[in-house]
Each structure stands twice: as C-alpha cells, then as structure tokens.
Design a protein around this ligand. Sequence first.
Ligand code: OSB
Ligand code: MG
Length: 375
Amino acid sequence: MIRLDQISLREIRLALKEPFKISSGVVSERRILLLELHDADGAVCWSECVAGEWPNYSSETIDTAWMAIEAYVAPRVLGVAFDAPGDVYEALDRDFRGHEMAKAAVEMGIWGIAATQAGLPLARLIGGVRERIAVGISLGIQSSPAALAAKASAAIGEGYQKVKIKIEPGRDVAYVRAARAALPDAELMADANNAYTLDDTETLAQLDDLDLMMIEQPLAHDDIVRHAELQRHLRTPICLDESITSLERAQDMVTLGAGRIINIKPGRVGGLTSSIMIHDYCEEMDIPVWCGGMLESGVGRAYNVALASLPNFSLPGDLSPSRRYWAQDIVSPEWTMTSDGTMGVPLDRPGIGVELDLDRINALTVRRAVLRLSK
Ligand code: OSB
Ligand code: MG
C-alpha cells in the first residue's frame, strides 16, 4: 500500500552543454521541476516533471505544472491509500482534464516509491525484460547541412544506434540528404515537431528517397486525421509524438492509419501506467514503440530507461547518456553509453537506480515548496 504524506517541489536550473533547437523553439538552460515524494511508511523517492519552459511542445510549462501539482494533483494523492501504483493514473484522470506532465511526475514518483517498498528495481516492477537498452541521439536543428552531417557522423562514430534529425521548412530535405550522403547505412530519422501542413506533402515525399526509419510528427501537435491523409502519400512510416496523449489517441492512430510507429514519453501520456497501456496495445497491433526524451536530468531518465526495458520498445530511444546534455548530471552514477550504443538498466538495487547529489541540487535550487496534508 502507498500513502504519501509529503511532496516537495523544487525548481533547479541546469545549463545544457549546447542549445537545443527544434522547429518550435530553442532552449539553452533547462528549468527542471524535481519532486521528492515521502510515503507514510518512510520510503522516499524522487521524480521529475518534464514540462518545458515555454508552451511550444504542449500547453504545459514548468509554471503551469507547479501550479497544477500544488492545487490539483497533490490534494488527490496526499493521505490517500493506493493498493498499487497502477491505481493512481485512473484516480488522476477522473474528472481532471489535461495536465498530463504534472500528473505524470507524481504518478511516476509513486511507481518509484512502490519499487523501493517492494525491494525491486523499477524496471522489474513494471515488467521490463531487457538488461540493456538501445540508445539513439536527437540532434537539434544545425546551422547548415554540412554541420549536421558532421554531427551525425560523430554520433554514429560514438556508437549511437539511431540519429534523429530535427527539421523545419527550409531546413529539411537538403539537411537530411547531407546526413544520408555522409552515412549511407546508418539508421536515420527526422522529427518536424508540427512544422508542416498537408500543403507540404510534396516536400515531405522527397524524404522518401532518403531511406528514413520514420518521420516524426510532421503535422499539427493534436492532429490525427491529416496525418492519416499524409501517410497515404508517404512510403516512410509516420511516427506520432505530440498527438499521442493517451491510449485512446494511440487507438485512433491505428484505426485511421495516421502512423505506423509511436514515440512514448511517459510525461506526455500521464505517467507509467498509461505508457504501459499504450505499449501493450501497440504490441498487440504490431506497432513498434520507442521511448522519447524531453531533455531530462538523470532523475527523469531513470524512469525512461525502466520503461524502455519493456519488450515492445524495439527501436532505439532518445535516451542519450548524461554527458550528451550536461557538464555534470545531478545523479550518481551518471547515465552512460557503451561503444555498442547501449545503456545498462540498473538492476542491482531497489527503486529508480540512481542516487541524488543533494549538495549540488541544493546549490542549483531557485524555488521550493513543501506540500503536506493540512491537518
Ligand atoms: O520532439 O522529441 C521531441 C526535446 C524537447 C521537446 C521535444 C522533443 C525533444 C527531443 C529531445 O527530441 C530528445 C532527448 O531528450 O534527447
Ligand atoms: Mg518529437
């Protein structure tokens, strides 16, 4: 049984090694919302809310998530007894629309608490089967096709099993073509973050000649129907990211033929239970899935790694090692990748598998709140 008696929120600032540019915005320093959850029996676990600085990926931001956790999520879990962590998703979904990232941060932390209580690694508690997971890299929009080709080649040289190329109108076909010319055999894909409309079908169809694994979220962030139309004109599989916010949206994608692959981000779908439901459904429907990323610190990464150890996560995730993002992560051990492009799933200890560097986190903290049951 789980019954939380305290959730501490804090915001830390962590500078990315280099700015990360996507079609809808650029970020140089992450504002990261960390949660420290306390169970009444003494178990403690940390989690991370993946909401960004601006509402350019989804409508949520770190500021809306902070407010939503304080005002709506925490009151639904503090002091409430849950038999199992799998019960939390429904309790947060009922008569409570949206705010998936805010909900997910708490829901995932409760899974972390449950793993700690059970004495199991989180990956095992959720049914993970892999000891190592395949790692890809997501490259932000670069200044020129040549700069992109150089970055992509360096990444393949380091062992990454997949290179994802961010594109936007005017920085698409020529960029991807340059990467393909440099890397004839590499697993390449593109991610448009909603930058196109059906009027761009001809441009997107040119990518068909470049042998991409998939094109991620070319059309609007909440669209399914137009993606189905676009998929009819493309040989390359469409992968949906932003549009898949729940199991029902995954079912819509499959029913309408709006895509053939799903990028699962637990923050986007309301947590691990929802992620597992989407994973299981896709496995039944023969839809491969992979774990997306939101430039997480080592805390959020722990949950992604556990999730990616499930059987149908058959494609490399956006799950790069700590050093790809940060001069120094906030966890130990840091997340590392071996030269075969894999990352180990921590299986040697209960819980999320990493320790937090509290001194460092305190030094990086710019805002705190402690939420308790008001008695
Ligand atoms: O669309 O997958 C995306 C980062 C922020 C917002 C959206 C996306 C991304 C990434 C980063 O691609 C992947 C990573 O964490 O390495
Ligand atoms: Mg994406």
